[in-house]
Design a protein around this ligand. Structure first.
Ligand code: SF4
Length: 299
């Protein structure tokens, strides 16, 4: 039996569903029941009828699934798969920001720990960050942890944003020079980038989208596209748009944490039912409030 057959067999035996982020390895995306961005994956986690959710992503994503599904077993195939940006802020930092800006609401990008979500009023993803900020009652918003997404939101809202200084190391390495060089290498192609990129990169891109936004946009244009986000998404872009050209903005835009899951770790995860992600109940209840409010706002 092949490793894929093993996974399908184990999935059936365990009554499991496999969710994979758009940045996962191609072969992991291919065995998933659903591939998507953080917002879509959160929705699927809520809707999942299965008893076990195997979350192929990084730890904060599996935590969110566990927060939303206390009665299900949520497994992260590779326990060390974490997000450096999520580790750039602590609950204590959020508390300090609240003291500095007592009349502001706290909007927390889902790329954060359960404990930070629990200290926040509402979560957002890159696909609904502007909508979530605009839905806040206060005209002042503390936005954590991503300074680049905060800067992007500030361009599209009249509310005053107080950003934290976190960032995604994978997107931060993309420079204006990469945009200009890629345009020279592929004349006629459009550059689309993720809002986790630096503001100066966002300013000269032809479009700014979440990963699912990029997938939707690709279907509306016949142009070649230069992709300014983690390279894993190119697998899905090519699969859904055969014969089209999608070029990575640079060969270095790879998130090592997203690449830690493999077919082997997915199989072993289902076989040994590890690694189970658990969130302490007091934190889970508070974090769920912030995630539920985000899901109510929608995409
Ligand atoms: S791509 Fe960036 S934000 Fe996403 S998991 Fe990797 S480090 Fe974190």
């Amino acid at each position: 039996m092949s490793i894929v057959d093993d996974i399908l067999q184990l999935k059936k035996e365990r009554n499991a569903i496999i969710l994979a982020h758009n940045y996962q390895r191609g072969e992991v995306q291919d065995i998933a029941d659903y591939v998507g961005d953080s917002f879509g994956l959160s929705q699927k986690a809520v809707q999942a009828g299965a008893e076990v959710i195997v979350f192929c992503g990084v730890d904060f994503m599996a935590e969110s699934a566990a927060i939303l599904n206390p009665d299900k077993t949520v497994l992260l195939p590779t326990p060390g798969a974490g997000c450096p940006m999520a580790r750039m802020i602590t609950p204590f930092d959020v508390q300090s920001l609240r003291l500095d800006h007592p009349d502001a609401e706290v909007v927390c990008y889902v790329n954060s720990s359960a404990a930070v979500k629990a200290m926040s009023d509402v979560c957002c993803t890159s696909s609904n960050a502007v909508k979530v900020v605009d839905s806040c009652r206060s005209d002042r918003v503390i936005f954590v942890p991503d300074k680049n997404l905060a800067a992007y939101v500030q361009l599209h809202t009249t509310k005053q944003i107080y950003p934290w200084h976190g960032y995604c190391p994978t997107h931060e390495i993309i420079t204006e020079g990469d945009v200009l060089l890629a345009k020279m290498d592929h004349p006629g192609a459009e550059v689309i980038v993720h809002p986790e990129c630096r503001p100066e990169v966002v300013a000269i891109a032809d479009g700014v989208f979440s990963t699912d936004g990029m997938l939707k946009y690709a279907k509306t244009t016949s142009k070649d596209l230069i992709i300014g986000t983690e390279m894993g998404i190119i697998h899905r872009l090519q699969k859904e748009n055969p014969g089209r050209n999608f070029f990575p903005i640079s060969q270095f835009v790879v998130c090592p944490n997203m690449k830690m899951n493999s077919l082997e770790t997915v199989r072993d995860s289902l076989k040994d039912m590890r690694t189970r992600i658990r969130v302490p109940e007091d934190i889970r209840i508070k974090a769920k409030r912030a995630l539920d409010r985000m899901l109510e706002v929608g995409r």
